[in-house]
Write a protein that binds this ligand. Structure first.
Ligand SMILES: Cc1cc2nc3c(=O)[nH]c(=O)nc-3n(C[C@H](O)[C@H](O)[C@H](O)COP(=O)(O)OP(=O)(O)OC[C@H]3O[C@@H](n4cnc5c(N)ncnc54)[C@H](O)[C@@H]3O)c2cc1C
Ligand code: SF4
Ligand code: SF4
Length: 1008
């Protein structure tokens, strides 16, 4: 860390209770958001209170630093990026309360009022509010991650604007830290008030009075555009006719500050209005053969008092069809565009009649739509809405150099002008020979156009300004405005002076009033020298050299080479430790992360990211890891930075559950990126003692299994467990599974399964891994017996090693490669002899299917990967081919089933519960409560113990409460966690063996 950063970090740590980071790695994580920009800040502060915010503002004023407030960093215009201090409100300021609960001067006991801190996540708030039949109305598409501070700062809105308006409509009061460091509660104030708020009210009133006519005209034309707005600020507006405000005059400062994008004040709390949840809702999908007909159809639909009216173009419909089979069935092939409308209110009969009337109007009377479908049924309605919600993020999966770029995507036009405006916008795009996607909240004229551009190509970056300017001109010509629901940020602020020409002087004066020294988010929204849209573009191209053993995958660029010559040092080089593929594959893998921030979700219907859920800090988010490696590849960071302890701290916040990879809209392989970061650290620093032991737990078990009685006695001994914790970091609280008297491999050798099977038909080479090998030998035996019972040949090679997953997780790739080579050699040979590789441990299957390929990347590892299955998946497949014997005994029991993350990661589907479902009398209840928090050996470690339980808590409590006889899961460590956390053995209540191998047990009994 350079001296300047170190000084700022030390100073701020002295005045702030929250976190402060100024090191290069931490600031890299805050250098980007979902926009196309990258600006590393000087430092990052995560305030714990409004007092912390005040302290930061005062420090920034004393040292002439800028402040950039930030929520989830999902902004698409770079609105939270800057070179000063980033204040991340999303970590600690996450509390909220209801109006009915207490007598509170800031929160009158009115139904529907809430007081929120800025870091509260909108979707989380709505989940809680729903229990009381309420909802916070404005619904940005990113609500699963977006924070309330940002919702207010950008005046967010979404599909339901026609019902709820934007955030501005919901604001009662704001607690704000001003640029002068005052902590003020701002609402509606008299300009005559003798207080700081009164002083601002008086200033605002005077500025409004000076520009009364221009402001009046602006109010009339503003429509749904956000930013600094003037409507509803002065009440009554006519009071501006007098020379002085009267006693009745009010200035609504809360409303004025909503939408000012962190450039006027920092929001530390807010009192907001919520609304009742709609009881009856009906949705219609209308299909059009032409885009202009769809635009006219949307305008016509609004006459039917719809509460939402969204339009999607052909490109999005194509993606939808490719995304899900249900969408493919729903969307007619010849639809060029679709309009989704929602109606609410009234009885079901009334709503049904209104839907029918709307369909009739658009399809029959006006002949705009050629097909339609409607629903009032909840599941179907959710499916219709999922169309846009799932499809738009999928845009990020579009492969190739060009991607849909957010730059000029945020346009408002008067809804009646939508058809003309779209024609004008497309003419500009055509002139630039650029294709695009179109999504529009057509009912209120918000248009999101994303041109496909290659921001790694100078040809495209060179035309960003011209393209933006010409689209803006086209929009203005139709009476529209830039800035509808996304902020102006770095992308659009430079065009606002021209857009608001007449009221611009008033805007500048208001900025001067609230932030005279341009400390708050300078260069954005209102600035004398606004940021330009092609400055600080996020670097996408690798500048340093990347090598793989002796091969150069990517040459260092000219600039890097010249710099190295000047320094008299070799060019910076990253010798990668995994197989990334030829050429720029590593760059593409990292670049795939567009920063959208969806991986910060805590939605209960998603799994990612278990760690971020309990530790909602940016470094715990999956995208942080991509940002880190991108920083190295593009030369912002040095490859040697990956050997810093901070890099390990960040990488260790991932335990490889793979859920982000599955749920990321762009399918970014974060676990592989994390693997590279961990391996780089270990390659320089070696393994810490506790990591060394944990990563070699298979060897420890091998030695201990020679004296199982003694080892089991010691493992039960509190003293020995204390010693283990102190020396090796294994948590005393964990009950380690006892060792079997005889390892499974010895048992298998006794049954002669270690010899290749003489069987002529289907045959399995069983990859045993650690747990079945040393602890639950019965599991291995049962599985082999089931195979034999079904006339499948069994081969258990004695020389196979445990998978080495613990080494991979620790970043010990040298050790992991040794294991991988041995296992792959044995298994690939077996595959060539006609065997299918089957593993009972999901993590072991994951190793064979993915990790070994990343480690070795050779033909054999790919052969093994392609021919590996998880045990339940294999048996279910057998059943699908009618080859699984179903002569099970009846087991009258209920089991609560947990699906392990690694079963999802290898795409094994629901084979486990389906298989158990074949056993007569056994009913299986899936319990979907996310990750168990165990993550192999990760949860065994003392340092991770508490977090492991916190992550697994939803599952543990669900299992505790469940009335089933036992719990079931495929993964051995998930089983440990469920047993440990729920306080009951998952097996004892039933005579069945309640892992999916219950099926094995059942059939073994039957076959005698
Ligand atoms: C795929 C996609 C779809 C989107 N759809 C929508 C949509 O439908 N509707 C919509 O409105 N937006 C949308 N957005 C834009 C963005 O997600 C929203 O603007 C969101 O509200 C930003 O929230 P955030 O918490 O990520 O804020 P950030 O990006 O971190 O910050 C947003 C702004 O708020 C300011 N800010 C944050 N906290 C404070 C505070 N406490 N005090 C003062 N200022 C603060 C920041 O300085 C910045 O200017 C979309 C973005 C993406 C990537
Ligand atoms: S990892 Fe995926 S979900 Fe997360 S920010 Fe990157 S693209 Fe978005
Ligand atoms: S692999 Fe799991 S723990 Fe790691 S970043 Fe992804 S979701 Fe989080």
């Amino acid at each position: 860390m350079d001296i300047e950063r170190k000084r700022v970090e030390d100073d701020l740590r002295g005045v702030v209770v929250g976190d402060v980071f100024c090191d290069e790695l931490s600031v890299q994580l805050y250098a980007s958001d979902a926009s196309i920009y990258q600006v590393p800040p000087l430092g990052v502060v995560r305030p714990r209170s409004a007092e912390d915010v005040v302290a930061c503002v005062q420090y920034a004023a004393d040292h002439q630093l800028a402040i950039h407030p930030r929520g989830a960093g999902s902004g698409v215009a770079g609105e939270s990026l800057g070179r000063g201090l980033v204040l991340d409100f999303s970590v600690y300021l996450r509390r909220w309360r209801r109006g009915e609960q207490a007598s509170d001067p800031l929160l009158p006991p009115e139904p529907g009022l809430v007081r929120v801190q800025p870091g509260v996540v909108l979707a989380a708030l709505n989940r809680e509010l729903a229990t009381a039949g309420q909802i916070y109305g404005p619904d940005p598409a990113t609500r699963s991650v977006t924070t309330m501070g940002s919702v207010l700062a950008v005046d967010a809105t979404g599909s339901h604007y026609l019902r709820s308006g934007s955030a501005r409509n919901t604001v009662r009061s704001l607690e704000v830290v001003t640029a002068a460091g005052e902590l003020l509660e701002l609402s509606s104030h008299s300009p005559l008030e003798d207080s700081a708020a009164g002083r601002y009210a008086r200033g605002v009133w005077e500025i409004f009075r000076g520009h009364r006519d221009a402001i009046g005209r602006d109010i009339a034309r503003r429509g749904a555009a956000n930013g600094l707005r003037f409507d509803g600020v002065i009440e009554p507006f006519e009071s501006l006719q007098s020379t002085l405000p009267t006693a009745e005059t009010r200035v609504n400062l809360a409303r004025l500050l909503t939408g000012t994008q962190g450039a006027f004040g920092l929001i530390t709390e807010a009192t907001l209005m919520t609304e009742p949840l709609a009881v009856n809702r009906g949705v219609a999908l209308l299909f059009f053969r032409r885009l202009d007909a769809a635009a006219r159809g949307a305008v016509a639909a609004v006459e039917h008092s719809v509460v939402a009216c969204d339009l999607m173009d052909r490109r999005l419909l194509e993606i939808a069809r490719d995304t899900e089979w249900a969408f493919a069935r729903l969307l007619p092939r010849d639809a060029e565009a679709m309009v989704l409308v929602e109606l609410q209110g009234g009885s079901i009969t009334e709503l049904r009649a209104r839907l029918a009337n709307l369909e009739d109007d658009l399809c029959q009377r006006r002949k705009l739509a050629f097909a339609s479908t409607t629903t009032m049924e909840r599941q179907q309605r959710d499916l219709y809405w999922a169309l846009s919600r799932r499809v738009i993020p999928r845009l990020y999966r579009v492969k190739g150099d060009q991607s849909p770029v957010p730059l000029i995507e945020d346009v408002w036009v008067p809804p009646q002008s939508l058809p003309t405006a779209l024609t004008a916008i497309y003419e500009v795009l055509q002139k630039f020979q650029v294709t695009s996607t179109l999504f529009a909240h057509a009912g209120h004229g918000q248009v999101h156009i994303r041109p496909f551009l290659n921001l790694a190509a100078p040809k495209d970056t060179a035309r960003l300004r011209a393209l933006s300017e010409q689209i803006a001109e086209a929009v203005w010509a139709c009476g529209g405005l830039l800035g509808a629901e996304h902020a102006a940020g770095r992308s659009r602020s430079w065009l606002l002076r021209k857009q608001y020409r007449e009221v611009w002087p008033a805007m500048l004066q208001l900025k001067q009033l609230f932030d005279p020294n341009e400390r708050l988010n300078p260069g954005k929204l209102i600035a004398l020298q606004p940021e330009k849209p092609d400055q600080f573009l996020r670097p996408l191209v690798t500048t340093i050299q990347v090598t793989d053993n002796d091969r150069t995958l990517i040459e260092a660029d000219e600039h890097e080479t010249a710099e190295a010559e000047l320094r008299g040092q070799p060019v910076r080089n990253l010798p990668v430790l995994q197989q990334w593929g030829e050429g720029r594959a590593i760059e593409e893998a990292v670049r795939a992360c567009n920063g959208c921030g969806r991986c910060r979700t805590t939605a209960p219907d998603q799994r990612q990211c278990p760690m971020f859920r309990i530790l909602p800090v940016e470094e715990a988010s999956p995208r942080a890891k991509a940002n880190l490696l991108r920083g190295v590849l593009t030369g912002t960071l040095d490859p040697s930075d990956l050997a810093l302890d901070r890099a390990k701290e960040i990488a260790d916040l991932c335990f490889g559950c793979h859920q982000c990879r599955l749920e990321c809209p762009a399918s970014v392989d974060i676990p592989k990126i994390v693997g590279e970061i961990k391996a780089q650290y270990v390659a320089t620093n070696g393994l810490k003692l506790s990591d060394l032991l944990m990563s070699r737990i298979d060897r420890v078990a091998a030695v201990a299994s020679r004296m199982p009685t003694l080892a089991n006695y010691l493992m039960r001994s509190p003293l020995w467990r204390w010693v283990l914790e102190r020396t090796f970091g294994v948590s005393q609280a964990r009950v380690l599974p006892p060792l079997a008297e005889k390892s499974f491999l010895s048992y298998a050798a006794g049954r002669r399964w270690h010899k290749p099977s003489a069987h002529g038909g289907a045959k399995v080479v069983y990859f045993v891994d650690h747990y079945a090998k040393y602890h639950d030998v019965q599991l291995g035996i049962a599985f082999a017996e089931v195979l034999l019972h079904n006339q499948i040949g069994v081969f258990v090679p004695s020389r196979q090693l445990a998978s080495g997953m613990a080494r991979i997780a620790a970043g010990d790739f040298r050790g992991a490669k040794r294991i991988a080579r041995r296992n792959v050699r044995i298994l690939a040979d077996a595959v060539r002899q006609g065997y299918t590789v089957v593993a009972t441990e999901p993590a072991a299957a994951l190793c064979l299917k993915r990790e070994y390929v990343h480690l070795l990347g050779d033909e054999d590892s790919r052969t093994v990967a392609e021919n590996t299955m998880e045990a339940c998946q294999y048996l279910w497949d057998l059943h699908q081919q009618d080859r699984l014997s179903l002569d099970f005994e009846t087991i009258a029991a209920e089991v609560a089933y947990h699906q392990p993350c690694h079963i999802r990661a290898i795409d094994a589907g629901n084979a486990g519960p389906r298989l158990m479902g074949l056993i007569p009398g056994l009913s299986v209840h899936p319990v979907e409560r996310g990750c168990s928090g165990m993550a192999g050996t990760w949860g065994l470690e003392r340092k991770n113990y508490r977090n492991s339980l916190r992550i697994g808590w939803p599952l543990i409590t669900a299992m505790r409460k469940h009335t089933a006889h036992a719990a079931a899961t495929e993964c051995s460590t998930c089983k440990m966690q469920i047993e440990h956390g729920s306080g009951r053995s998952t097996f004892t209540r039933s005579s069945c063996w309640p892992t999916p191998t219950a099926a094995c047990q059942g059939s073994r009994r039957n076959c005698g």
